[in-house]
Write a protein that binds this ligand. Structure first.
Ligand code: IPE
Ligand code: IPE
Ligand code: MG
Ligand code: MG
Ligand code: MG
Length: 337
């Protein structure tokens, strides 16, 4: 492990702790009633807190403070948890962060409603951001929220489509996942009062990190270890998600494999996950995915280098924050959950 990665991980822990304490304070604003029980449950299960960490790191890298970053950090994490609550209904997922999903515990109706509440809470959190930054933050937040919905719509629609091109998949994951990571970085910069060029450069960097992140998510959904993944391994295969793996397998398969894959799609016969995984391994699409992910990491790193070159002083606020930004793409691809 290089010194840089070590610093990045240490910085990550520090931002996480700052976020947890800010989040605890924020929740005292809300009553202890039934509507908020699923909200507190899901938020209480933790998760990596990647998005709020990115907000805080970008803010400090641009010379701002954790306190200035906190409203935007809360907004993106609350919004993220809202999308997870609804995503788990859509994906019929039984497990989240190693525990029963909200809709499994409380039913779809409360999962929908508590998800809606989370979204409103995210907007409320954002209103406490530094006043000068608010217009830019609100614009970015709302544009991103709509894009995530657009991505989710495509993700669902692709389930029942016979063919999806790899470019369509990349656009879908840009929308459902990458834009939120990009927005987190942009909003961190905005909270620190960074100029437009810097904010946009942070956004461009975040898009590539986000694409790598979703590719790894697809990989873990198929090949992850159920002990630490925290979600149902094979869920994407069971619901015929047009992931990188399935799209490339359909493109590469010879006649026999193609016939086998087509027979699995639309059906949920016993042993489906294992049979599809065998085909993925045989065709080497797992290796291809890791190559595509490495390409996105390289693009993210280039975006950061370009930014440093064009704006030498832009990210001079904190060495630890910069180390985190520099290490984040690698950390994302090494994650196990
Ligand atoms: C899960 O996000 C949803 C995706 C975009 C893949 P995370 O993997 O960041 O989930 P948590 O917050 O750490 O649980
Ligand atoms: C995540 O996609 C996108 C959103 C939640 C908006 P996934 O459906 O792959 O996320 P997980 O795997 O359930 O966390
Ligand atoms: Mg989904
Ligand atoms: Mg899902
Ligand atoms: Mg997934």
């Amino acid at each position: 492990m290089t010194t840089q990665t070590f610093d990045a991980r240490a910085a990550m822990e520090e931002y996480r702790a700052a976020f947890e304490s800010g989040s605890e304070d924020f929740f005292t604003r809300y009553p202890d009633s039934e509507l908020y029980a699923p909200v507190r449950y899901l938020m209480g299960l933790g998760g990596k807190r990647l998005r709020p960490v990115l907000v805080m790191a970008a803010c400090e890298a641009c010379g701002g403070s954790k306190d200035e970053a906190l409203p935007a950090a809360l907004a993106v994490e609350l919004f993220h948890n809202f999308t997870l609550m609804h995503d788990d209904i859509m994906d019929e997922a039984p497990l989240r962060r190693g525990h029963a999903t909200v809709h499994e515990k409380w039913g779809d109706n409360l999962a929908i409603l508590s998800g809606d509440a989370l979204h409103v809470m995210a907007c409320e959190a954002l209103l406490d951001a530094p006043e000068g930054a608010l217009p830019s933050l609100l614009r970015m937040y709302h544009r991103t929220a709509l894009e995530v919905c657009e991505g989710q719509e495509q993700d669902m629609a692709f389930e029942t489509r016979d063919e999806v091109a790899l470019e369509e998949y990349m656009e879908m994951i840009r929308l459902k996942t990458s834009v939120l990571l990009a927005a987190a970085l942009f909003m961190g910069g905005a909270s620190a009062g960074a100029d437009t060029v810097t904010r946009e450069a942070l956004y461009a960097f975040g898009l590539h990190v986000g694409l790598a992140f979703q590719l790894q998510d697809d990989y873990l959904d198929a090949f992850g270890n159920p002990e630490n993944f925290g979600k149902q391994v094979g869920g994407d295969i069971l619901s015929d998600k047009k992931t990188f793996l399935l799209i490339r397998a359909l493109e590469k398969a010879g006649e026999a494999d193609l016939e086998s894959l087509r027979a699995e799609l639309g059906a949920k016969r016993k042993g489906k996950v294992e049979r599809v995984l065998d085909i993925y391994r045989r065709l080497g699409v797992d290796t291809e995915l890791r190559k595509a992910m490495a390409d996105e990491v390289a693009l993210a790193e280039e975006a950061l280098i370009r930014m440093k070159a064009s704006r030498p002083d832009a990210l001079d606020g904190s060495e630890a924050a910069l180390a985190l930004l520099q290490g984040i793409a690698e950390m994302v691809t090494a994650r196990l959950n």
